[in-house]
Ligand binder design. Structure first.
Ligand code: DON
Length: 447
């Protein structure tokens, strides 16, 4: 069978190919000379599978797409407070290179506009690094996100530095407000080097997939940055990543994203996929014209908008039935799928209907593949309260999906591998008597 996804990607590329509107970035001479016809798109799944079509192995400079990743490095190197003290998280609604600061705090509004990104560059790595070491920290960190050693395009860097008057003006303004504490030119030089790192569309998809995969690079398995950092970065990408087009993007595409003036564009959909596109002609916001069209297609074709409402949590309770009869009857709640807060709340509702006479209750997790932390706590509290009101509670959990199933504080669950182990046999039946039944131990595992 021919693989489906590359065929789909090739078809979508064909659909946008004829759109030649927009212009490559003109303010960096080396970028203005780039081939405007390049076009590529790649999907990196969080298990490491990469699909692509078009120019996905051509290198170009990362530019502003470096901003969310270096923000992630600064947050993990310095901690949240020192970074948030210097750079806000409010959308600016302004162009990427606007010369502006928050009126009350004097901070750049967010880390995606240049004022914020130049400041964030100065916060990557330990405070006492020299400029060369800081650039190396950034290069090393970006490489970890990509899963391969990246390098810089010195020509693009020199070309941008020759015309970096606006970024220098921003940096001097930041220095005058003591947001930057070192030489502004040196910091702009480091930031420009950061923007000049060479990547392919395939690299960018993998970098985005690392964000989508809670900070773990799907190929190397390296935890590049901690999970709380990823949450922060994706939130800021969602609200600020597309500059003054962020509102249109949030409503029409709905994927945390970041663009770069060399024509790259990434999107990271938590838990699912990293997407990258490459097409150098830009719109008035500095975002790739065909890249934006491609993302609009991907989002609508595949339902990737983060606000798409998931299937009703009701489906978590697959069945609610009784096995046997009389005082030995077992009430079984069979759960399924991934259980989060809303799913656990459905279980609470079902459990409230359990009568005092239904003494024996089993929660069957055989078809559950994940239980998040809040769902685990809610389910164990259900078990604890049932115990306290005279019920005997079983957890049918052959794959140990429920970590540490201890309801604590007067609660008791008996963990078994299958429902039969919780069934008390009628006379003459061969079903196994549940060992440990009635044990004083609050947590008993029968295998
Ligand atoms: O700061 C600059 O001007 C560039 N090196 C990066 C700007 C950029 O990529 C803006 N994004 N669309």
């Amino acid at each position: 069978m021919r693989p489906i996804i590359p065929d789909y990607l090739a078809e979508v590329l064909r659909d946008v190919e004829s759109d030649t509107s927009g212009e490559p970035a003109g303010y960096i001479p080396e970028l203005a000379a780039a081939d405007p016809e390049r076009l590529g798109a790649a999907f990196a799944m969080i298990d490491g599978e990469v699909y692509g079509a078009g120019d996905i192995d051509i290198e170009f400079t990362i530019q502003s797409i470096s901003k969310p990743f270096v923000y992630a490095l600064a947050l993990s190197d310095r901690g949240f407070d020192p970074v948030l003290a210097k750079v806000g998280v409010e959308p600016s609604g302004e162009a990427f290179n606007e010369i502006s600061l928050e009126s009350d705090t004097g901070r750049p509004l967010n880390p995606m506009i240049n004022a914020g990104a130049i400041t964030v560059h100065s916060l990557a790595g330990a405070e006492d690094l020299n400029p060369t070491e800081r650039v190396e920290r950034v290069l090393h960190g970006l490489s970890a996100f990509a899963g391969r050693r990246l390098k810089m395009d010195e020509a693009v860097c020199a070309s941008e530095m020759e015309h970096a008057h606006r970024n220098l003006a921003i940096a001097h303004m930041l220095r005058s407000h003591d947001v930057l504490t070192k030489d502004p030119r040196t910091i702009v030089d480091g930031y420009t080097r950061q923007c000049s790192v060479l990547v392919t569309t395939r690299d960018l998809a993998m970098m985005a997939a690392t964000l989508a995969n809670r900070g773990i690079n799907p190929l190397s398995g390296e935890q590049v940055v901690p999970e709380p950092v990823v949450r922060q970065v994706l939130s800021v990408m969602f609200s600020c990543g597309m500059y003054d087009a962020a509102g249109d993007w949030a409503t029409q595409v709905g994927i945390p994203a970041k663009s770069g003036v060399a024509g790259g564009l990434i999107g990271a959909l938590p838990g699912q996929i990293g997407i990258a596109t490459f097409s150098p002609r830009l719109d008035g916001h500095g975002n790739s014209v065909r890249g934006v069209s491609l993302f609009e297609r991907f989002s609508s074709d595949m339902g990737l908008h983060v606000m798409e409402v998931p299937a009703a949590a009701r489906a978590v309770v697959r069945s609610h039935h009784v096995v046997g009869s009389g005082p030995n009857a077992l009430r079984v709640l069979q759960l399924q799928g991934g259980v989060g807060f809303a799913g656990a709340e459905r279980v609470v509702q079902e459990a409230m209907d359990i009568l005092p006479s239904d003494v024996r209750v089993a929660f069957d997790l055989t078809r559950v593949y994940s239980i998040d932390d809040v769902a685990r706590r809610v389910l164990l509290e259900v078990a604890r309260r049932l115990t306290l009101t005279g019920h005997e509670v079983y957890l049918v959990d052959p794959e140990s999906t429920m970590p540490d199933p201890d309801p604590g504080d007067g609660g008791r669950v008996t963990v078994v591998d299958n429902v039969d182990q919780a069934v008390i046999p009628t006379q003459g039946s061969s079903a196994q008597e549940p060992a440990g039944y009635g044990s004083a131990n609050p947590l008993t595992r029968l295998r």
